[in-house]
Ligand binder design. Structure first.
Ligand SMILES: *[C@@H]1O[C@H](CO)[C@@H](O)[C@H](O)[C@H]1NC(C)=O
Length: 392
């Protein structure tokens, strides 16, 4: 569609073009029944990938209303794992190589959300890469057709951040009434069910002395970690370290009584979390409004926005357009007569699915092109957008 110069121009601001092999293998990692030999397109032996997140309250790291990134770990499919797989690729000066590669936005994001609680953030990123990233078969340098220095490291960091953006643990839990509290306790099973409902598969939760501080989301991958699709999977072993009642401490509390009064009860539904009646879904990308969704659920810039009707359901609401009920099918937002309705919420006025309000498309639509909108950035869907509800 686009000419090459245009693509390159567009690429300058965001990512330097990566060149991992295009993958046609569709077998999910850990799920093969015969030998899959191309390990550039099939993660092996580390076929179960874990997106691990922290909630560090003492000392607090990261924003007080967000979990932070721990790492992306390849488990063998049986709960064991390899570590430190290639000492020749234990790179130093990660931050400066990211900056020289034009990855300023990635660095900014990592400096906010990928925090060490003991050393420099950069030393933590390095540790995660050295220990776990070097064990990912699809990120071997031989998997790149025109490899440039540290390209696979950058792909590892991007994949981790992109996946993290799809699992907003803080919002998922708070939608279920589970918010940080210096006095309240929650059962491990309530936490697990809220997270499982969002992820679609059981998650692993971690506690230290009864203080809830980790969540692990497990995936199998179709294709490579750099360009493939992450599919939620059941944990390949039971590693929960929380049981019974646990505390989920506020980051600001620091163990002492917070000076401001915070209510830690289940938030009452407000008019902003469940819209009533009908409205439009306006797309917002890179801070500016650009088009809206039309009745099939696709993103369009040159036509009339569809009217969506919202109806309260469960902890949120369902949506219907003239084409039918709206849902999320294979990760895609779609409205049709055969779609199973999904329950959505509004987070800050933006349409959220599983508590996450970021959606992804393969491009910003132009002319009469319609772009499908997905819940993940897999398969080259590099444009992040939000869908602002506007009542009518
Ligand atoms: C799955 O593929 C891996 C990698 O080629 C291989 O070692 C393993 O034996 C395969 N599993 C089965 C059940 O064939």
């Amino acid at each position: 569609m686009f000419s090459l110069p245009l693509l390159l121009l567009g690429g300058l601001a965001s990512t330097v073009s990566a060149t991992p092999k295009a993958c046609s293998i569709t077998t999910l990692s850990c799920q093969n029944t015969t030998v899959v030999s191309d390990l550039c397109c099939f993660n092996h032996p580390g076929g179960q990938l874990l997106l691990t997140q922290f909630w560090d309250s003492e000392p607090a790291t990261g924003p007080s209303n967000s979990w932070t990134i721990h790492g992306l770990w390849p488990d063998r499919c049986d709960g064991t794992y390899d570590s430190y797989c290639d000492s020749s690729r234990e790179y130093t000066n990660l931050r400066s190589s990211l900056i020289s590669a034009g990855e300023n936005d990635l660095v900014d994001y990592m400096e906010t959300y990928w925090k060490s609680n003991s050393g420099t953030d950069e030393s933590f990123w390095k540790h995660e890469w050295d220990k776990h990233g070097t064990c990912i078969s699809t990120l071997e340098t031989s998997c790149y057709t025109s490899y440039t220095a540290r390209e696979e490291l950058i792909d590892y960091l991007h994949a981790t951040v992109d996946l993290f953006k799809t699992r907003n643990t803080y919002n998922i839990l708070s939608s279920a009434g589970i918010t940080p509290s210096s006095s309240k306790t929650y059962t491990a099973s309530a936490i697990k069910s809220a997270l499982q409902a969002a992820h679609g598969k059981a998650v692993t939760i971690g506690c230290k002395s009864g203080v809830f501080n980790e969540v692990w989301y497990h995936y199998n991958v179709r294709g490579s970690v750099a360009t493939g699709e992450f599919v939620p999977a059941a944990p390949d072993g039971t590693k929960d370290t929380c049981s019974g009642s646990v505390t989920y401490r506020p980051k600001s509390g620091g163990g002492s009584t917070p000076t401001t009064t915070t209510t830690n009860t289940t938030p009452a539904p407000t008019s902003t979390s469940v819209p009533s009646g009908s409205g439009y879904l306006n797309a917002v990308t890179s801070g500016s409004s650009k088009g809206c969704l039309i009745s099939a659920g696709t993103w369009y810039v040159s036509g009339t926005c569809a009217t969506y009707t919202a109806a309260a359901s469960g902890a949120g609401f369902t949506l219907t357009s003239s084409k039918g009920k709206c849902g999320v099918t294979s990760g895609k937002f779609v409205c049709s007569s055969s779609t199973t309705a999904a329950v959505f919420t509004l987070v800050g006025g933006k349409l959220a699915y599983n508590g996450v309000s970021t959606w992804y498309g393969s491009a910003v639509p132009s002319g009469t092109t319609q772009i499908d909108v997905y819940t993940t950035s897999a398969s080259g869907r590099t444009v992040a957008l939000e869908l602002a509800w506007s009542g009518n």
